[in-house]
Write a protein that binds this ligand. Structure first.
Ligand SMILES: [Zn+2]
Length: 183
């Protein structure tokens, strides 16, 4: 995928433009509605033989990952930070799950739009802490904590951030964990 350098607001605007430009004749909205990505989808992808490989220096600039339907592989660039890595994983999972309905390569009818739709879905899916935990564990990646969703997914100690933050020594220290990243 081409990395999408848009804020969540910007991405939402782009998606509503895409929806408006061909509302009826794009099957993808129906497909997304009736076949959402859940933990069961991840099981299904794995049982179909989809694997993950982390690659070093194999990508174009502005590209963090790729899904290859021929080799049934999700490729991730090595060394990505938590949020980038996890969003990219979900982005490629979206491509794997919806297949040619949402390809963004040169044989696709709407490559840029499809890439934006994949990213829009990926960010929402990643913000679901249960799904995030499931996907990271399923593909054997190292858990990383960098926002509320990832904290909820992987903190061993408590699921109540506010309670933890009421200690005076922790005041302001973990405030960044109180938001869920979407940008
Ligand atoms: Zn893509």
């Amino acid at each position: 995928m081409e990395n999408i350098d848009l804020s969540w607001t910007g991405l939402q605007e782009k998606i509503s433009k895409i929806r408006d430009s061909y509302p009826q004749n794009r099957q993808i909205w129906t497909t997304i509605h009736y076949a959402p990505i859940t933990t069961k989808s991840i099981d299904k992808l794995i049982s179909k033989g989809i694997t993950l490989e982390v690659l070093e220096n194999k990508f174009e600039k502005h590209e963090y990952g790729r899904y290859s339907s021929t080799s049934k592989k999700i490729f991730l660039e090595a060394g990505l930070d938590g949020y980038e890595r996890d969003t990219t994983l979900f982005h490629e999972l979206v491509h794997a799950w919806y297949g040619k309905d949402l390809y963004d390569n040169d044989i696709a009818l709407f490559p840029d739009d499809n890439n934006a739709i994949a990213e829009w879905l990926a960010r929402q899916l990643r913000s679901n802490h249960k799904l995030l935990r499931y996907a990271i564990m399923a593909f054997g990646l190292e858990p990383q904590i960098y926002d509320r969703a990832s904290y909820m997914a992987f903190s061993q100690k408590t699921f109540d951030l506010d309670r933890q933050l009421c200690f005076s020594f922790a005041e302001g220290l973990y405030d960044y964990l109180k938001i869920t990243l979407m940008d």
